[in-house]
Design a binder for this molecule. Structure first.
Ligand SMILES: [Zn+2]
Length: 383
């Protein structure tokens, strides 16, 4: 068994845990984030890691991963921008490594969560997965062929700002008609308040929970009312779930994943959201009736996903580019492991080429004339 530390760095809290190779958290702690100061945030990260290192024999910890809320550059070392933290072009990997005296692996927090769900959670067993986080807005992470897809500059996975209604509702991004204006926590609340204003006699339970005013209605009240069977609240979930399913069908038209994992605060409503989403997805999917339908599942790992994913990505990244095993290939494909990559863990896959690894092989990365050509690496199991 190998252990790794994962740190989930958000705008309000830094949560860290010791994670084993089955995705179980053995020890965990949490601090508030001194978000206004990059240096103090980095010190808080180093502090939680050091505290955890003191609890286990340090040589048992093989890797340390950070899942950070913000845009991570394609080399996975610099935080380009973080909406809720003071990071602007911050060399996070270097700064934390200086404080710890150990290597760390940096990843976007949503990517870390998606990785955890695909390895140990709702999408276990799938290699083509999209995690769609329905919270205040919509975020997403993409796993294709068992690898995280980050885009050329690390910016992939922002479907919340795909325009679904021409000249529609104004979005915080400055455009109109973005998907997250119709399918998100904000959209759910807007829907319920609008209904309560227009038809107060039909929204009595919602208004009661909201203190008598439409403005008092927020997400948890809508979920509670819908869970109790309140028709108005259920209708709000049907509307937002319907938009969700249509958007998933658009994403399937581009990426054709096997499984969508729906996370974020709104997903806590479970099938109240997912049933209308599945129905709309099946109505809108291109080629419906003549193709398999992707599964639409609710995320399983909750708040721990960021910790588990950051730890597991770091564990794999220090030896090879992280790849989710292909269950179909595992039974019949074998290949020798790379002698330079160290002993592989259970179920771990080794690339048969010397693909540039931004963490352990930066010099090679700079010397690679055509980085894209290395994408054609074959994958084989060592099991
Ligand atoms: Zn937008």
């Amino acid at each position: 068994m190998t252990l790794a530390i994962g740190v989930d760095v958000g705008g309000t809290k830094v949560a860290a845990g010791v994670v084993d190779d089955e995705g179980r958290i053995l020890a965990k702690l949490k601090r508030s984030t001194p978000a206004a100061s990059p240096a103090r945030t980095e010190q808080a990260i180093a502090d939680v890691v050091n505290e955890l290192l003191a609890e286990v024999p340090p040589d048992q910890i093989t890797a340390i991963g950070l899942g950070a809320a913000g845009f991570v550059d394609s080399a996975r070392s610099t935080m380009l921008f973080a909406p809720n933290l003071a990071w602007r072009d911050e060399p996070l990997k270097q700064r934390v490594e200086e404080r710890l005296g150990r290597e760390v692996v940096v990843e976007n927090d949503a990517n870390a969560s998606a990785w955890a769900e695909a390895r140990f959670g709702a999408a276990r067993g799938y290699r083509d997965v999209m995690l769609v986080a329905v919270g205040t807005g919509i975020g997403a992470s993409i796993i294709i062929g068992g690898e995280l897809y980050r885009g050329r500059w690390g910016m992939a996975g922002e479907p919340g700002h795909v325009r679904v209604v021409p000249d529609g509702r104004l979005c915080g991004c400055g455009n109109r008609g973005c998907w997250e204006q119709y399918s998100s926590g904000n959209a759910l609340v807007a829907e319920a308040r609008e209904f309560a204003r227009r038809t107060p006699e039909g929204a009595m339970r919602l208004l009661q929970l909201g203190g008598g005013r439409p403005e008092g209605i927020s997400g948890p009240e809508i979920t509670q009312a819908a869970t109790e069977g309140d028709p108005a609240a259920i209708r709000c979930f049907q509307t937002v779930g319907g938009w969700l399913g249509q958007g998933l069908a658009d994403l399937a038209a581009i990426l054709d994943p096997a499984c969508f994992v729906i996370g974020g605060g709104v997903s806590e409503a479970g099938d109240l959201l997912l049933d209308p989403a599945r129905a709309a997805f099946e109505r809108a999917l291109t080629g419906r009736g003549y193709r398999p339908y992707a599964e639409i599942k609710v995320a399983q790992l909750g708040q721990d996903a960021g910790i588990v994913g950051a730890a597991d990505l770091a564990r794999h990244t220090t030896t090879t580019e992280p790849t989710i095993p292909d269950p179909a290939a595992a039974s019949h494909t074998t290949a020798p492991s790379s002698p330079s990559s160290g002993p592989p863990g259970p179920g771990e896959f080794i690339r048969s080429t010397s693909r540039a690894n931004p963490v352990t092989n930066a010099a090679t990365a700079q010397n690679t004339a055509n980085p894209d050509s290395s994408q054609c690496a074959a994958v084989a199991t060592t099991r």
